[in-house]
Design a protein around this ligand. Structure first.
Ligand SMILES: NC(=O)c1ccc[n+]([C@@H]2O[C@H](COP(=O)([O-])OP(=O)(O)OC[C@H]3O[C@@H](n4cnc5c(N)ncnc54)[C@H](O)[C@@H]3O)[C@@H](O)[C@H]2O)c1
Length: 354
């Protein structure tokens, strides 16, 4: 999948997209549209845009209903097999638009124009597209790889700090879970987050960390499951009504997973400290916001979308846990291990009381 990263490519977005397709439906994050709309919709892009569909970047609106409405609008505006879907926004917009692109006529071309650090450095290179169910995160989805990714780091100039920090968490995850050799570089770049000349390097750090793994396992069904480090608990926290962005939810999920691994005698105190120190330096708050309902979180954890990947006994959940920094514990070749509910309850209590 071609990925172009270039400062200022936004000025040539229409021409860049024209290399792929001359008839597009743009699915755009409504906040991004309000800030960047005039710059994005040049006469060239406007002339090839069949429809502009704005969406709200909120996990509660990442639903099949929204996908269904967008698909209906595509049909109503005359979209054809040759129409491409262009996603302009963060990871959420990318996932929703990716669902639309994968389902419309069983799949049309898909172009990602990411506008958050997380989307630029992580989610755009994945083929996984999904939306939430009332029961949990990303429970309904498909695989639909983007045909083209166009990254202009200039979008980051309007990104709130929390979203920068959330994006950096996925880079931290790569270093902690399977690329320990990237720890020093990750630490170095964390201190450069607010420094535009470093944005391209930070984006490449994330992409390279993940791309190597996806080359072996595009569907993230084997070794690629390690990318889910921190996500089992993180996803369940993300749907709580507590204003927690994806990256921060994953960060709390990793801190909880590190505790479970410590209690098992797998990680050392020093390894847990490395987690806490790296995550804190990325700008993640030390404590979970108030208002987490552990019973509700636990129910969601039990419905996690990795269920069935490994054999579990009643009362167990499959999670990515580490045996050392950069070294996930394995079950039958998969980086996933059975974890007792009681271990998770204790880790949640630690997160809430900490
Ligand atoms: N497919 C994958 O492999 C994959 C990987 C990681 C995350 N995800 C998904 O991505 C989502 C998280 O993505 P995200 O962190 O990009 O969040 P997001 O898309 O929800 O955007 C976060 C916030 O930033 C705002 N925003 C976006 N671009 C902006 C800009 N340039 N300036 C100002 N504000 C801007 C949005 O309006 C929103 O309020 C989650 O739903 C997660 O499940 C998917």
């Amino acid at each position: 999948m071609p990925i172009v990263i270039e400062n200022g490519i936004l000025d040539r977005l229409g021409a860049e997209i024209l290399r792929i397709c001359s008839d597009v439906v743009v699915v755009i994050d409504e906040t991004v549209e309000s800030i960047w709309g005039k710059k994005i919709f040049t006469p060239e892009l406007t002339s090839m845009t069949r429809a502009k569909l704005s969406i709200l970047a909120d996990e509660r609106a990442k639903t099949m209903q929204v996908v269904n409405d967008l698909l209906t609008r595509c049909i109503e505006t005359g979209a054809m097999r040759t129409t491409a879907i262009i996603a302009v926004g963060g990871g959420l917009t990318g996932n929703v638009a990716g669902m639309v692109a994968g389902l419309l006529y069983r799949g049309v071309q898909f172009v990602q124009v990411p506008t958050t650090l997380l989307a630029m450095s992580d989610s755009v290179i994945s083929a996984k597209q999904a939306v939430n169910s009332p029961n949990g995160k990303n429970l309904f989805g498909i695989f639909h790889r983007p045909d083209h990714v166009i990254i202009d780091p200039c979008f980051l100039s309007t990104l709130p700090f929390e979203e920068f920090s959330g994006g950096m968490v996925e880079c931290c995850k790569n270093a902690l879970a399977f690329r320990a050799e990237l720890l020093d570089e990750t630490r170095k770049f964390i201190h450069r987050l607010g420094d535009p000349p470093y944005w391209e390097d930070i984006i490449c750090l994330g992409i390279e960390g993940k791309r190597q793994l996806l080359a072996f396992d595009e569907r993230e069904a084997g070794v690629g499951i390690v990318l889910e480090y921190g996500h089992t608990i993180g996803h369940a926290l993300e749907l709580e009504d507590i204003d927690l962005c994806h990256g921060h939810a994953v960060a709390f999920g990793m801190r909880a997973a590190a505790r479970i691994a410590r209690w098992r005698g797998w990680l050392s105190d020093q390894d847990v400290f490395i987690h806490d120190e790296l995550i804190k330096s990325a700008g993640v708050p030390d404590c979970l916001p108030n208002g987490v309902d552990p019973k509700r979180v636990l129910r969601r954890i039990q419905l996690d979308n990795k269920r069935g990947r490994i054999r579990l006994n009643t009362g167990q959940v499959g999670m990515v846990l580490l045996q050392a920094i950069g070294q996930p514990a394995m079950t039958d070749g998969n980086p996933l291990v059975p974890v007792d509910i009681q271990e998770i309850v204790e880790a949640l209590q630690w997160l809430i009381n900490h």
